[in-house]
Design a protein around this ligand. Structure first.
Ligand code: HEM
Length: 152
């Protein structure tokens, strides 16, 4: 049972971190695109996959992480690396996740209303890529906590 939790925890981590990097490359592709339709379909693809792949992977990481700490005598919620991992998880999933959703929703709404040119997509992608980069740093910091398990 424990090994299964570790397996899905790490698998979820791969998909989450890999997914964030993939999304960043898509933002770049939108910024470079000179076709409105291409930018629009990339935008929709990111939105679709973020909600159906990255978010479930992040939730799997959290549920399996809490399970591992709960069932194993080796870990405790009082350990600083576990506390930091949970705090940074909340910052990433609920902070950047919500922020990204808001930026998405606003940009999509504006795009719907004004049928904006590719410039609109590119401007929105510029903003979202900055969020994705900071979020990527936060998630990699959690990964560092996992491997080094610091006890200050
Ligand atoms: C971005 C989020 C996270 C990622 C990518 C991640 C990834 C990993 C990885 C790769 C390991 C294996 C490290 C090793 O064997 O040295 C690990 C171990 C572990 N993680 Fe996470 N983790 C994340 C968040 C969390 C959270 C929020 C918790 C706590 C609630 C947690 C609890 C644990 C525990 C207890 C282990 C030790 C498992 C063991 O070695 O038996 N993780 N994590």
């Amino acid at each position: 049972m424990y090994e299964l939790a570790v397996f899905f925890h790490i698998l979820g981590g791969f998909i989450w971190i890999g997914g964030l990097l993939f999304v960043q490359s898509f933002w770049h592709r939108i910024i470079l695109s000179d076709s409105d339709d291409a930018a629009r379909s990339l935008y929709d693809a990111i939105n679709w996959s973020a909600n159906r792949v990255i978010m479930p992977a992040a939730l799997t990481v959290l549920v399996m992480g809490i399970t591992m700490v709960s069932v194993s005598g080796a870990w405790a919620f009082s350990q600083i690396w576990v506390i930091l991992a949970l705090v940074l998880f909340a910052v990433s999933a609920f902070g950047f996740g919500t922020w990204t959703d808001k930026l998405f929703a606003t940009a999509l709404l504006r795009l719907e209303e004004e049928r904006m040119s590719g410039a609109g997509y590119r401007a929105a992608a510029q903003k979202l890529i900055r969020v994705a980069r900071v979020d990527g740093f936060v998630v990699k910091t959690i990964l560092g906590l996992m491997v080094f398990k610091p006890s200050f």
